[in-house]
Write a protein that binds this ligand. Sequence first.
Ligand SMILES: Cc1ncc(C[n+]2csc(CCOP(=O)(O)OP(=O)(O)O)c2C)c(N)n1
Ligand SMILES: [Mg+2]
Length: 279
Amino acid sequence: MSQSVEKVEELQQIAKELRRDVIYMVSRAKSGHVGGSLSAAEIVTALYFSEMKLDPAQPKWPDRDRFILSKGHCCPILYAALCRKGYFSREVLDTLRKVHSPLQGHPDMRKTPGLDMSSGSLGNGLSIGLGMALAARANEKNYRVYVLMGDGEQEEGAVWEAAMAASHMKVDNLVGFVDCNKLQLIGRVAEIIDIAPLADKWRAFGWNVVQIDGNDMEAVLDALDKVRKVKGKPSVILADTVKGKGVSFMEDQVQWHSKAPNEEEAARAIKEIMEGEKA
Ligand SMILES: Cc1ncc(C[n+]2csc(CCOP(=O)(O)OP(=O)(O)O)c2C)c(N)n1
Ligand SMILES: [Mg+2]
């Protein structure tokens, strides 16, 4: 491990606050996806608050790094990050899922400042990321492209078409993350269509594979450091996570995929997240 203690602690604090904002937004909207938002908090935080080259004052800056939330239903965590980066003000969080809100139930790049791609139909993000990565090559830009997928999403065939093409084209400015939280919409990934052995599959498709505890901030930062140095092939970070991470009654519980906490549950969840203990 090679990160400074101060940096890791600062990012852990940001991840906590983003988790809090997810609960706040979804409970207020009375609908939205909490489980897969909470599992991805460290990944999204490390990308937006450490790794990615961005300028919130110029959301369309051509040299910015790109992020695609291929598991688009988990947009509450992304909206929380974009808000904290300064792309829009905190009052906007109150409008999640409302008609005409910039924060739709699934990401809409025409509406949300700072959003690089619309998503929600699973399986498409990696192909789009590959296109963006190839565009950087064609335009002689050195931006990098990050795509966050779900583990259930690995069941989509299009993921593997993109995987095959990316290694064939030796694209090394494309990084995939898989949020391996073991659950999808109505059950366990292993029981619906088992994706194991996932690392072997990605390796067989020609990718550099890094496996980490995806809820360990330092591990996420170390993985990003590692993949930045890999040349001539794309990298994927398989992140072992817990769905609903940070809230005891949501952790590893399939019903919290898309259930909105009521007022009392939200208060309990936020207390646990911010105090780091079961309320
Ligand atoms: C093509 C497509 N099929 C079905 C859905 C409905 N759906 C939304 S979320 C979800 C489960 C996704 O599970 P996973 O990829 O593991 O995401 P996470 O656990 O991180 O929420 C499904 C099937 C969809 N959005 N897109
Ligand atoms: Mg999952």
